[in-house]
Design a protein around this ligand. Structure first.
Ligand code: XIL
Length: 667
């Protein structure tokens, strides 16, 4: 049965404790610099310059030589040279076990250069974690070009999200055994900004539409990340922990630690879980497709039977372990290849078994988890050719009785692509099939091709991204009857798979920034009027100066007229659509609790999305009621909400505007 969800955290309560720990543990090896003047400055925990002539705690990972060198230096006169390497993974390593606190985000920086005479290559910065006799490797900075002619800076962030008994940072090469220098290694942390509690929770904003989810790893379920996750999301998808390479790396030897921890966190916190994924052509160990003596399996009946029995055993184990805790499974992932005339990806699964791997996977998953919703998930489902091939496959499988309940659209998109029309066509294409649909892995890259790379996200890209989130979520909300959830592939920009895919560069594709603060992208969904539209200052419209009213304290009258004022503004209009805001001021003397605002549109305008309120539209009649955070409207107070709507021949102002049945003056 399910393991006990236990987890030991080593989180220390405050930064002071952290600074003390760092001082005590690390000072012996590497000098600690003076604490920062301002709390917001990064705190330098380690600083290895090798200027004192020692390796400052750096050691070889295996048999290579690591020694101080004066041949080249990034700063001062010394660096560290790793020579005599016999494998690409060998290189200088520094133990961090006592200096790094679980759940705190550190920036690791090091300068690297190949030794004179070595041909150019690629280097990367990684962290090795050891626990219970096994090691795991996390990339901090991906493969980066380096030569013997110049220093290159590797800098990335890392959060220790596991209990470990060994931990070290190291520099290695992507291939080859070139001698290499490192210099000026630093480890610093940025005191975190508190998770915002004065902004609406996404899950409340979207409550009437669909559950909202985030992909997670161990890093998202501790510290501030966990606070942010619980606050805004309804569901989680373990991003890697349930994949085959994580759960059954060798035949019959299952590893549950990460999956148990993440599913356990979700269960304990009332979050639903999407199980991702049972059959995929990636992150599947080689043993699955080879026989016991290492020969690749073929489509012979015996080999095919072996493959399908492995698949069945895997699904029985993984799905069986989590039972009701996982209500949705991506049974199959990325099986479509639109460039094949039959649309079927030529994966090892397909080559050995034809379509039987899909038939087996869905049948067994249904048997083990009869109430779970079973999905087929893919990327680029907005591309018409791919979409149609997927639709054909789903139609075919369902006609055979294969229990495919839903289609998952990954939605790894960018600030330019795809168009809204194509995305809408994607959703529409599957409606006639009678399947559920979910958006399963959404992120919006700031990059539009593989050649771009920005050290920090440019303001105009973030703005465009905010509009993309606004428009795509407005579309999703219009299709809320079809979509049973929307999941983002990550929680915040501090940890996104796009930092290393398709190339290594910092991306910022999510709703919260690297400091876990709400981006304009978040406001694009929650309240587009709060998107910061002015990355560069623009001339604001001239308004005639008005004297500020003199406020003299007056006792609040308890009797008097009950009146209201409504200010309606169309903030943006384009062919077929517009954005507007409505500001209601309670000019009367009594407070309105749980207010209702009503009006009629004279020209058939139709609202597609409204923020800061809940909308119902019945023909021309519109009714708006508050959300949980703006239901009180005191005397003298205002509420403001905004919306996106369509219009056709004309777009005249609302008529018959009332607050709790009371006609409001306009202007
Ligand atoms: C990604 C993970 O986020 C990465 O950490 C991992 O290195 C590679 O896989 N489509 C999928 C997901 O279905 O499983 C992928 O997740 C992203 C693309």
């Amino acid at each position: 049965m399910r393991a006990a969800w236990t987890r030991r955290h080593r989180l220390l309560p405050g930064l002071l404790a952290l600074a003390c720990l760092a001082t005590v543990a690390v000072a012996a090896a590497v000098p600690l610099t003076t604490p920062p003047a301002r709390a917001a400055d990064p705190v330098l925990v380690l600083d290895a310059t090798f200027e004192d002539g020692t390796t400052q705690g750096f050691r070889a990972r295996a048999g290579e030589t690591v020694a101080v060198s004066t041949a080249v230096a990034h700063g001062g006169t010394r660096s560290l040279l790793a020579s005599g390497r016999t494998a690409s993974w060998q290189g200088p390593a520094l133990a961090l076990i006592d200096g790094m606190v679980e759940g705190t985000r550190y920036t690791l920086t090091v300068w690297v250069r190949l030794a004179a005479g070595q041909s150019p290559g690629q280097v990367r910065l990684s962290v090795q974690r050891d626990s219970g006799g096994t090691s795991a490797y996390d990339q901090v900075v991906g493969d980066t070009a380096v030569s013997a002619d110049a220093w290159v800076r590797l800098s990335g962030t890392y959060v220790l999200a596991h209990d470990v008994d060994g931990l070290s940072a190291y520099v290695e090469t992507a291939s080859g055994t070139a001698d290499l220098h490192i210099d000026d290694f630093t480890m610093a942390y940025q005191p975190t900004r508190p998770v915002q509690t004065d902004i609406p929770a996404l899950r409340e904003v979207l409550a009437a539409d669909f559950p909202i989810g985030a992909a997670i790893g161990n890093r998202q379920i501790i510290g501030d990340q966990a606070v942010l996750l619980r606050r805004h999301f309804d569901t989680v998808t373990p991003g890697n922990a349930l994949k085959w390479d994580a759960t059954q790396p060798t035949e019959g030897a299952f590893r549950w630690a990460d999956a148990d921890t993440q599913v356990g966190f979700a269960t304990d916190n009332g979050l639903a879980v999407r199980g991702h994924t049972l059959v995929w052509h990636q992150q599947t160990p080689a043993w699955v497709f080879t026989d016991t003596d290492g020969t690749p399996l073929t489509s012979d009946p015996a080999d095919k039977a072996l493959l399908l029995s492995r698949l069945e055993a895997h699904i029985r184990a993984v799905v069986g372990r989590y039972g009701d805790a996982i209500g949705v499974w991506d049974v199959a992932n990325e099986v479509i290849d639109e460039n094949q005339s039959d649309g079927l990806r030529r994966s090892r699964w397909y080559e050995i078994s034809g379509l039987d791997y899909l038939r087996t996977a869905f049948r067994v998953a249904r048997e083990v988890a009869p109430t779970a919703r079973l999905y087929i998930n893919d990327y680029n489902t907005n591309v018409p050719a791919k979409r149609d091939k997927l639709r054909d496959l789903v139609t075919r499988l369902r006609a055979e009785g294969v229990p495919v309940d839903g289609v998952g659209h990954q939605m790894h998109v960018n600030v330019q692509w795809p168009s809204l029309a194509e995305t809408e066509a994607m959703l529409q294409a599957f409606i006639p099939l009678g399947v559920e649909q979910q958006v399963t892995e959404m992120d919006v890259s700031i990059y539009v091709n593989n050649d771009e790379s920005f050290p920090t996200p440019p303001a105009d890209r973030l703005l465009t991204q905010a509009y993309r989130y606004r428009d795509l979520f407005a579309l999703y909300r219009r299709y809320a009857d079809e979509l049973t959830s929307v999941t983002l592939w990550g929680l915040a920009d501090d940890d996104t798979w796009l930092d290393t895919f398709p190339v290594a560069r910092k991306d910022a594709p999510l709703l919260f920034d690297t400091e876990l603060q709400a981006k304009s992208a978040y406001w694009g969904i929650v309240d587009p009027t709060r998107i910061d539209p002015t990355p560069t200052p623009t001339v604001s419209p001239t308004v005639s100066p008005t004297a500020s009213p003199t406020v003299s304290p007056t006792p609040t009258p308890t009797t008097g007229p009950d009146t209201c004022r409504a200010a309606y503004t169309v903030t943006n209009q384009w062919p077929g659509g517009f954005q507007a805001s409505l500001r209601i001021t309670n000019t009367g003397v009594r407070a309105h609790h749980g207010w209702t605002v009503r009006w009629r549109f004279p020209d058939g305008q139709l609202i597609s999305q409204l923020w800061n309120g809940t909308v119902r539209q019945d023909g021309p009649g519109v009714t708006v009621t508050p959300t949980s955070w703006n239901s009180a409207l005191p005397a003298g107070g205002t509420v403001e909400f905004g919306f996106l709507a369509s219009w056709h021949t004309s777009n005249d102002r609302p008529v018959g505007l009332t607050l709790d049945g009371l006609a409001c003056t306009t202007g």
